[in-house]
Design a protein around this ligand. Structure first.
Ligand code: ADP
Ligand code: MG
Length: 578
């Protein structure tokens, strides 16, 4: 292919010439069939035309719906072809030729040929509508060669051209453009060979069409494979959003023209999901992920090795459409996934609340049943202990019965609070003061345990209407848990803040934290991970009962080994139960 002059048609027998044309036609079609990139295809195709005809320069102009492509190759050019791709702009019609003097005869010829407005009976035209000058000196319009090769885009006649042929290039269904050959030799294009060259150009037309179709088909298959993969990910309910995005990003590079050098990244909010090589990208394209009218991130695909321009840069027009489609699909998938996750979370919360309510009912029932016999135990034991004639030992035993029964009573009281059987007495007070009072009692415990207390108090905290004694119990239970969670000391942070409707109390520690299983059970009465004399497992059940009775919310975040944060949100003016 590089040896352009070795086998051209001039000076060969007719049979050899026909064979050479057939051979190069075959080569051209094979090349088109393999769907090689446009630039490479055009360079090789122009090379074949040069080789088989032996002319000095070939220029071709073709256009489709989106773009216009000019290409030019000279026989003495080593291996290079000039290629210019411009996107069609309706406001700016394409010029086929460019003449320095402003004489538009060549431009008109080209324009008419492209529009198929050619009268083949006119001089200078062949029967099949090519424009042909056998001897430039005999051509009447001298201005046709007044061209400036420099910066010229399209069909032109170079200063040392002596003979030229401009032939329409037809695809299967429409006229694609024009192909021009020129020679420095007078009479190079003759009646004898023009017809053969016209047939060769026909093959060029088919090949251009075939290559476009092959590439479009291949790209369409890649595009559909990519979109199908993403659709499958979206349908895969088990995948988390993160897993889905990571798998989706891996599907992108194979959808691009040079998959081996492609890398991709999806950025959503502050999270990034990427394939290998994404940091070495030198040329890239991106499309925004828009959810609910808001830009939440983007999808980006790029090459790690510089690629030659096709269409608007190194990427194909189809690829930029594909990327937009992918961004839309992902936005849809993200929305869908977040909705499902939100729903799942809500269902979990409902199940949890339901379970706690059932346990509450059970606990309330048991507590009520036990209350009476317990009162009897305390009453009669106290009575027996007050008998004057019992021994000191018996009295001590009686008192032990009383204190154990009172302890049991406390537990029952806790159960009743948990199941909201004790209604709170709601009066306005300030939570900051409660914290100050409550911590005063606990202070000695902090020092002993090596705990560093920090209070981050909202000084403009409004009063809330709530049961002060119960709120003190909430604070105490949370603080005691935190202290117990930091056997080797640590930081305890207590925060308050507020907005228009709610106040927020946060108790945070740097203690042992909780695993997922513990977290699921902490509000269940009697659930404890502590020794018998350390915990009853009622603390958080009571907290839960109190907060629920105040129409508030508890949010817990915990990481094993790192710490725990309890956030309690309480309405400033609770709506009364009826
Ligand atoms: P108790 O303290 O009597 O065990 P709670 O209802 O107060 O009962 O707490 C239940 C369980 O929740 C605890 O046993 C402990 O495992 C876990 N827990 C509660 N608060 C914390 C905390 N701040 N850090 C780590 N674990 C905690
Ligand atoms: Mg506790």
């Amino acid at each position: 292919m590089n040896d352009l002059n070795s086998s051209n048609l001039s000076g060969q027998s007719l049979e050899d010439q026909i064979q050479a044309v057939q051979q190069s036609s075959r080569e051209m079609l094979e090349m088109a069939h393999s769907g090689i990139p446009r630039a490479e295809f055009l360079r090789n195709a122009m090379g074949l035309v040069l080789r088989v005809t032996g002319c000095d320069a070939v220029r071709m102009f073709i256009r489709d719906q989106h773009r216009s492509v000019f290409t030019e190759r000279w026989s003495d050019d080593s291996d290079e072809a000039r290629l210019e791709v411009t996107m069609n702009d309706p406001a700016n019609p394409v010029r086929f030729s460019w003449t320095a003097s402003g004489n538009e005869s060549l431009e008109k010829v080209c324009r008419n040929m492209v529009a198929s407005h050619v009268d083949a009976t006119k001089p200078w035209f062949t029967e099949s509508g090519s424009f042909w000058i056998e001897d430039m000196d005999a051509f009447p319009d001298a201005s046709i060669r007044e061209v400036q090769a420099n910066g010229c885009q399209g069909i032109y006649v170079s200063p040392d051209c002596r003979s030229t042929l401009i032939t329409p290039v037809d695809g299967t269904h429409r006229r694609l453009g024009l192909l021009q050959m020129e020679s420095r030799q007078m009479g190079f294009f003759t009646r004898r060979n023009v017809e053969r060259y016209e047939r060769l150009v026909q093959t060029v037309g088919y090949a251009v069409d075939l290559r476009d179709i092959r590439v479009a088909l291949r790209e369409r298959v890649k595009e559909l494979t990519c979109l199908y993969g993403i659709a499958r990910l979206v349908a895969h309910a088990e995948l988390s959003l993160e897993e889905m995005l990571q798998s989706a990003v891996e599907l992108l590079p194979p959808g691009w023209l040079y998959p081996k050098d492609a890398a991709a990244r999806v950025v959503l909010d502050v999270r990034s999901f990427a394939t290998a090589g994404v940091d070495e990208i030198v040329q890239k394209m991106s499309s925004d992920i828009v959810i609910d009218g808001q830009k939440r991130g983007f999808v980006e695909v790029g090459y790690t090795v510089e690629k030659p321009p096709i269409d608007e840069g190194p990427f194909m027009l189809e690829e930029s459409h594909l990327l937009d489609t992918v961004a839309r699909e992902l936005a849809f998938a993200i929305e869908q996934k977040s909705y499902l996750e939100e729903k799942r979370k809500l269902q979990g919360q409902l199940r949890h609340a339901d379970r706690l309510a059932t346990i509450g009912q059970l606990a309330a029932g048991v507590a009520h049943e036990l209350n009476e016999p317990l009162s009897n135990i305390v009453g009669f034991a106290q009575l027996a202990a007050s008998e004057p004639d019992i021994s000191g030992k018996n009295r001590r035993d009686m008192n032990k019965i009383v204190s154990s029964a009172l302890h049991a009573g406390e537990i029952i009281k806790g159960l009743l609070v948990f199941s909201r059987e004790t209604s709170p007495v709601k009066l306005p007070f300030n939570l900051n003061e409660l914290i100050e009072d409550g911590l005063f009692f606990l202070d000695s415990r902090f020092v002993k345990a090596g705990i560093n207390l920090r209070c981050d108090i909202d000084s403009s905290l409004p009063d809330i209407t709530a049961d002060r004694a119960q709120m003190l119990q909430v604070l105490t239970n949370l603080v005691v848990n935190s202290v117990q969670a930091m056997p080797d000391g640590g930081n305890l942070i207590i925060r308050t803040s507020h907005d228009d409707q709610n106040i927020l109390l946060v108790v945070e520690d740097t203690g042992v934290g909780m695993d997922k299983k513990t977290l699921e059970n902490i509000f269940h009465p009697f659930f404890t991970t502590k020794d018998v004399d350390e915990g009853t497992g009622l603390g958080l059940s009571v907290v839960h009962g109190i907060v629920a009775a105040h129409r508030g919310d508890i949010n817990v975040e915990s990481q094993p080994g790192k710490g725990t944060q309890f956030a309690i949100c309480l309405p400033i003016n609770p709506v009364e139960d009826n």
